[in-house]
Design a protein around this ligand. Sequence first.
Ligand code: SF4
Length: 699
Amino acid sequence: MTETKYRTCNLCEAMCGLAIEVDGNQVVSIRPDQDDVLSHGHICPKAFALQDVNEDPDRLRLPLRKIDGDWQQVSWAEAYAYTAKRIVDIQQAGGRDALAVYAGNPSVHNTGTLLFAPVFRRLLRTKSNYSATSVDQLTHHLAALMMFGQVNLLPVPDINRTDFWLILGGNPLVSNGSMMTAPNVSGKLRAIQQRGGKVVVIDPRRTETAKKADQHLFITPGTDIWLLLALINLVFTHDAVTLGHLADKINMEQLLAVESAVAHITPAVASRETGIPGAEIEALAAAFLQANTAVCYGRLGVSAAQHGGLCQWAVVVLNLITGNLDAVGGSMFPSAPIDIAARKARQAPFKRWQSRTSGQPEAMGEVPAQTLAEDITTPGTGQIKGLVTICGNPVLSVPNGARLDAAMETLDFMVSVDIYLNETTRHADVILPPATGLEAAHFGFVFHNLAVHNTAKFSSPTIEKDPDAKFDWEIFSDLSVAVAQEQAARNGEDYTPQALPTLEDRLDMMLHASGTDLTIAALKEAPHGVDRGALVPNIGKRLLTDSGQIEVFPAIYAEGLANLAPTAPTADLLLIGRRHLRTNNSWLHNVESMVRGRNTCTAMLHPADAAAHKITDGSLIEVTSRVGSVTLPAEITADIAQGVVSIPHGWGHKKEGIRLRVAQGHAGVSINDLVDDQVFDAVSGSAVINAVPVTVALA
Ligand code: SF4
């Protein structure tokens, strides 16, 4: 007997609604939920991978412990006890910071991990925290902190109502939206055009989004800041500053300081840096200003490149001074059922400490992930000897992954909470695999805060987990108890475990505390979600800066701008990343249906660059940077700017020590074996994963 269950897809930020037909505990089919209040029947091909991941024979379901070099299945009790003992050993011997934690991107997509891993991390009290944030989105959070007073007060483009969408370094048709929960970007883009609006894409590659846009302009990688500053300058020189309802929230002295700081960035200056003709920059500014509503959105190509910190500040400034911040059709702040930006930190979470080796700034309680390898291998006080990884594969995901791969071998102990034995977890001593995906409950705790329409939805587990399996929130609760018990025993103290709430109880408490009348019970009665309306202007009431105003020109950006220098000419090509619709960062490569067909892990090259290096389409080429070399097939295409090479991220699966049989056959190479771990954005400390200088040659 089959029945249909409804849930949210948690693979990416889009939070599409799924209608899943099950027969008992067996998934029969996955379809789009036409009645979902957010996605209205949209899904992408990855949704079907949820079933494949669930049924993947390579997926771990019970704990593994490496004993004398061999993996052995052990009980949860043994895994917890051994892990707790080794964690406390390491922190007793080397201090709290000798134990590091790395959290990968799926940490925010799994509700149990998101809410319960912090409980465990607080117990460890280590400052050696690392995550994917510093690789792909820190610059957004820093702009929110500096300008609005809270790292999570993040504006999103109101693409349901805008008349002009300017996209820099983003490919939302493939990412399905990033730092923006917007299912069916393709339909929303079409709708902008159907209502007479325009979409303009600035990117070194003619991306899938660029091909559907009204205009695409190639740009030299890493130079977006010059374009943004020129656009801001043109708003001032055209005397077109419009502050609208935010006029009394702006410090005018700061605004004048911005005007003067950008005055020398004329279209001609920006043209020399970006390669975009000055007349095109003028026309772009005019079109942005003439549109009834407009929004500028900058994503990975600008967030994680040279000057990424300045770029995200400049994006906000451009939206603000054109009257498009906190305005319908512009850049708006979602009203989530649980507002994660409601409270101000006692101390601004930036630069409270530094990474132990190269002194990079802390941000949001973490130091840049690309410093993890050097922090493991550099001897001295606080040297990292133990590591906890949570749903992450940093060997493939952080700059100079090969260095991290080698560094992990030197650790005294490593535990991974993960469902796969992959390139990272192969270095672990213990792997704790949670029940996941269709087996777990879901609430878009973070992504309701990034959604282009206000909704609320809770998904109960679609199928039951194995009786012996544990949910992620149970693992972090159990591990917290085991570590606390071990710590108490070493100190000769008594320890009485306190009952921790379940995931649903915790969510209910948070909903109650947020002042909404929503409860988990009520949300269970609304399997397609609750529509809470379009975005509304609200930043005036939510600002958490000390001044109570929007800080238009915080000191770190003023300094960054003062130090901004023209890009030095280079004979090298510039490497940029890319992603594909059927892959999801470093995983989903173990799902046959997501990777079959032509090899997409190629190095895209412009025909002129290929000819200059005698490279033909499909030939194997070696791409080399300061930190490494990879060999992969060339893909010659005029869809990429001359002087640029593009390699997709997330690939580079190893042949040894992992249990990912499909991925091993579709290994590809890791772009992060080329990305330099010694290059940081000067303002934020964020990774610079785009515009990496490389050379190419026939292999
Ligand atoms: S767009 Fe994202 S949320 Fe929607 S089905 Fe695809 S992977 Fe899932």
